[in-house]
Design a protein around this ligand. Structure first.
Ligand code: HAM
Length: 432
């Protein structure tokens, strides 16, 4: 039986892989204008990094992580033995924890230095139930800025995210930017207690999962998809009424900067995001078209305690990530055309076997001159070589028959205008 790609994973076939490459190049170009440099971290990290960084009680860590084991450790586990915590590895479910780990490990933000502004792109893995816009291996482009807590960093990143979406072609009117503040370690505990007390009062109206959430992490209940829970949580205390003066001021400044930049946003005090590291600003971009319930194309926020959580010194941070596959769905829904891989400037056809080597030679010359060129490699008839040239979308075609070989010249045919010019065989690139 043929073996297919694992459930929830997808091959990026040539056109898709080409767009993914262009998408990353665009990210590098746009983010580079804001001072972000590329970074690439391993796809596997110690499991503890995600447990400590993202939070043990989050769905991502408690239910969706793929564990990676070496053959030796798998054997040890199956035989009832233990695996050292350092050898417990997981495929990364997101990029932030790994980047922050790298920043701490390599001391990329020494005291007094400018913030480290980093961007990355690559596959992420979450063992979720696959559906449209939700995969087990998906691709993210993300940024992280470490070492600055000023609200200008928050506003700049949000503006940059919207700029990127605009430049890849997602229509502005298809997107809604939601923002909120999650408070900090001084105001959030009291808020969490207030939400818990409210949930306790409404315990008989909540689902089993939310009853557990009330004990472990009550704010997660704002994300519950159950309609009854959603109705209850509508009436829950709002974080924006519980922010300390510093968080209130930070949030006000972020909004003022977005207003001044003409960025439209909707405040959503129920936006809590699915990862535990957030403090203060959080944001998410949703699209109304084509994605159903998986409608978030990107999101992020501030995480001022994460560096300490993974063993570093106090280093404020902020970042976002966007989902490549969901962006593609949003672009398709907006009718944006995807690029086509391939393309061919010149196709060299040959009539007899004696023409094969000269054709091969012309093709190499043309490629060396920076054009794309192709020829037949399968013994096709001249007629089917022309068909192939058409299929490849060749701009020009040359046919090498006995007369052309004898004269050392050939006719270069422009496939669009049907114009023909005679060119010496050693001067083909000059005539393209
Ligand atoms: P996130 O909201 O979990 O945030 O993921 C960011 C984006 O990745 C989502 O908005 C969505 O477009 C895409 N995504 C997430 N899960 C899937 C999936 N199963 N299938 C397809 N696409 C998916 C983070 O990952 C944070 N690290 C963002 C961040 C960076 N916060 C601060 N810095």
């Amino acid at each position: 039986m043929a073996i297919n790609a694992p459930e929830g994973t997808k091959d990026l076939l040539p056109n898709e892989a080409l767009f993914w490459t262009q998408f990353q190049a665009k990210a590098g170009e746009v983010f580079g204008r804001y001072g972000y440099a590329p970074i690439a971290t391993p796809i596997v990290e110690q499991t503890d990094l995600f447990v400590r960084g993202i939070g043990e009680a989050t769905d991502v860590v408690s239910k969706e992580m793929f564990t990676a084991l070496s053959g030796e450790n798998l054997k040890r586990l199956l035989e009832g033995g233990k695996v050292k915590s350092k050898s417990r590895l997981s495929l990364r479910p997101e990029g932030t924890a790994g980047v922050v780990r790298a920043v701490v490990q390599h001391d990329l933000v020494p005291q007094g230095s400018a913030p480290a502004k980093l961007w990355y792109a690559g596959p992420m893995f979450r063992a979720e139930r696959p559906q449209k816009g939700r995969q087990r291996q998906f691709h993210q482009v993300g940024v992280e800025c470490l070492g600055a807590e000023a609200p200008t960093i928050d506003a700049e990143a949000i503006i940059m995210l919207m700029r990127f979406f605009a430049e890849v072609g997602i229509p502005a009117d298809a997107m809604t930017l939601l923002i909120n503040s999650m408070g900090c370690e001084s105001c959030r505990p009291a808020y969490r207690d207030a939400v818990k007390a409210y949930m306790d009062q409404h315990a008989d109206e909540l689902c089993e999962t939310c009853l557990t959430r009330a004990q472990v992490n009550p704010l997660r209940a704002f994300d519950c998809k159950n309609a009854d829970c959603a109705a209850v949580m509508e009436g829950a205390p709002r974080i924006t009424d519980h922010l300390c003066p510093d968080c209130k001021e930070h949030y006000a400044q972020v909004k003022a900067l977005l207003d001044a930049a003409g960025v439209n946003y909707t405040e959503d005090s129920k936006l809590v995001r699915g990862l535990d590291y957030y403090t203060r600003t959080v944001f998410e971009v949703q699209v109304d078209n084509g994605l159903g319930s998986q409608n978030a194309i990107g999101g992020g926020g501030r995480y001022d305690k994460l560096a300490e959580e993974v063993g570093g010194r106090n280093t404020p941070g902020l970042g976002f990530a966007l989902g490549y596959e969901r962006c593609v769905l949003a672009l398709e829904a907006a009718g944006v055309e995807m690029p086509q891989a391939g393309g061919c400037d010149l196709f060299v056809a040959f009539v007899e076997q004696a023409g094969q080597a000269p054709a091969f030679n012309v093709v190499q010359q043309v490629r060396d001159a920076g054009f794309s060129a192709e020829m037949d490699h399968q013994g096709r008839s001249v007629k089917s070589q022309f068909k192939l040239a058409n299929k490849l979308g060749a701009r020009y075609v040359i046919t090498l028959g006995p007369d052309e070989l004898a004269a050392g010249k050939a006719t270069l045919r422009n496939m669009q205008t049907h114009e023909e010019v005679e060119v010496p065989l050693d001067q083909v690139p000059e005539n393209l």
